[in-house]
Write a protein that binds this ligand. Structure first.
Ligand SMILES: [Zn+2]
Length: 228
């Protein structure tokens, strides 16, 4: 997946949306071209909580492999937007969602060397599009080395905490061996990108995989759109 294919996907869904007459703001129903009007965009940018998630939220793990967790907003407040992006294929909303993530990074001055996104089951890779935008803004590479095993169930269909933790066990695998020496650094900080964090089972499993396979990792800083 490169930037060109990503732009084509964006335009494709933007045109489809226009043809089928869904060219209204998802928040206030005013006519607009990319599903959010200027006023609503500004409102969301200003009213989002930009949270630092306390580590006590992850006390249910025997071991926590990530170091810091941040989220643009709560699940309740941002779900309307994530739903349109992920489940109604409004892929072009990735630009605005990246803008929110960028505000989060700026608020906490989150420093990083590499971006890793959590992959999903579908053809469209929602967190990868966000990662591509952030990679462009910060001029940091994306390490696209994690694959998902398709036989596992989709995590958002599972409500029970223990079942969620069990479901992600060995769900992710490495695509290739990583060489990070060309980064010229002894210690590398990772920006790990996910869309929604519930129990933290997914981010913990992927963080474990990263730390076990890249010896030069210093910190894993997780950013997400929403914390449930
Ligand atoms: Zn609006």
């Amino acid at each position: 997946m490169n930037n060109l294919i990503y732009s084509y996907i964006n335009y494709y869904f933007l045109i489809i949306n226009f043809i089928f007459g869904n060219d209204r703001c998802i928040k206030c129903s005013k006519l607009c071209i990319n599903s959010l009007c200027k006023t609503c965009k500004l409102n969301i940018l200003n009213k989002s909580k930009y949270l630092k998630i306390d580590e006590t939220n992850f006390n249910h793990f025997n071991r926590v492999y990530f170091d810091e967790v941040y989220s643009v907003d709560t699940y309740t407040d941002l779900f309307f937007l994530i739903k349109e992006y992920k489940f109604n294929n409004k892929i072009y909303l990735s630009y605005f969602l990246s803008h929110l993530l960028n505000n989060l990074i700026k608020k906490y001055s989150i420093d990083f060397d590499l971006i890793i996104n959590i992959p999903n089951h579908d053809f469209l890779q929602y967190t990868l599009y966000l990662a591509l935008n952030l990679s462009k803004i910060y001029k940091k590479p994306i390490l696209n080395f994690i694959s998902i095993l398709n036989k596992k169930q989709k995590q958002h269909f599972i409500e029970n905490k223990d079942d969620r933790i069990k479901n992600v066990k060995n769900k992710y695998i490495l695509k290739k061996i990583i060489k990070t020496n060309n980064l010229n650094k002894n210690k590398i900080d990772i920006l790990l990108l996910d869309d929604i964090i519930k129990t933290g089972a997914t981010i913990n499993e992927v963080s474990k995989l990263i730390k076990e396979n890249i010896k030069t990792i210093s910190k894993i800083k997780v950013i997400s759109l929403a914390k449930a």
